[in-house]
Design a binder for this molecule. Structure first.
Ligand code: NDP
Ligand code: 8X3
Length: 247
């Protein structure tokens, strides 16, 4: 049976990706910090899912998680590095350093730590690695500062991995979504549900299922094809101009 490993499977994209692959008959390794959400997934899907509480900022926890993968879940066909977050919307000069560090520790350090630990086995299984980046990797916006920087890293690291893994059969894709209604904005704004609702209101944003369907499509491509990056926006979202300060 094919196995998917997805980080940050307790909500949003990660949960939708886990559920999509489970519903298609795959085995899934699902991680996150919230044990109750992982327990709910486990109780619904039983032996098809292996859950593990892993804080992506904790290198020891990541190593322990990889070492403790059950025998039947060791051969991973698709790794989705999804766990991540944005914190704050303030411009750099008013941002909190602790929030910047948490984004870097999660979105960059955690992602590369897990990838590094799994790489020998991913090469062995000629796996597909999907890294969840963002449109913020390419398009700057006020208040996006470090979050955008972490996602630029994810996109560039994905291309670098492709280069390094040349000839191994491993495929690497970065998905770069735009406006998507998950718990992302709730987290970014410290639990402010009204701020989240306002952002997505009447915008027909991307939802978790949309990205899960893209990951599924990637997993079903013939093994000679690699999608390097996949930039996805809702139709309601497009581009604005540069800002000019006068005087
Ligand atoms: P959610 O907040 O709904 O999901 C984020 C997931 O990441 C949760 O499962 C959360 O689990 C997990 N996570 C966060 N921090 C940690 C940590 N320290 N250790 C382990 N897991 C962690 O948001 P999304 O589904 O939207 O976000 C998923 C990815 O998509 C992120 O990388 C985000 O940057 C990216 N993205 C989101 C977009 C959007 O507009 N929604 C657009 C583009 C990209 P838990 O809290 O249980 O640990
Ligand atoms: C999330 C998309 O535009 O809020 O990565 O940065 S955006």
């Amino acid at each position: 049976m094919n196995t998917l490993c997805v980080t940050g499977a307790t909500s949003g994209f990660g949960q939708a990706i886990a559920e999509k692959f489970l519903s298609e008959g795959w085995q899934v390794i699902a991680t996150g910090r919230r044990a109750d959400r992982l327990a709910a997934l486990k109780s619904q899907w039983g032996d098809a899912v292996h859950t593990a509480v892993v804080d992506m900022r904790d290198e020891t926890a990541i190593a322990g998680f990889v070492a403790a993968l059950p025998e039947g879940f060791k051969r991973i066909a698709v790794l989705v590095n999804n766990a991540g977050l944005a914190l704050g919307t303030s411009p750099a000069q008013r941002a909190e350093l602790a929030q910047w560090k948490q984004m870097i520790d999660t979105n960059i350090t955690g992602l590369v730590t897990l990838t590094h630990a799994l790489l020998p086995s991913l090469i062995d299984s000629k796996a597909l690695i999907v890294n969840i980046s963002s449109i913020a990797a390419t398009y700057p916006y006020t208040g996006g500062n470090v979050y955008g920087g972490t996602k630029a890293f994810v996109s560039q690291f994905s291309l670098g991995l492709r280069s390094d893994l040349h000839g191994t059969g491993v495929r690497v894709t970065s998905i770069e979504p735009g406006l998507a209604e998950t718990e992302f904005t709730l987290v970014r704004n410290g639990g402010d549900q009204a701020a989240s609702d306002t952002l997505y209101k009447d915008a027909a944003p991307i939802v978790g299922k949309d990205i899960a369907d893209q990951v599924w499509w990637l997993s079903q491509l013939p093994p000679h094809l690699n999608i390097n990056r996949l930039e996805v926006m809702p139709v309601s979202q497009s581009f604005a101009g540069f800002q000019i300060h006068r005087g």
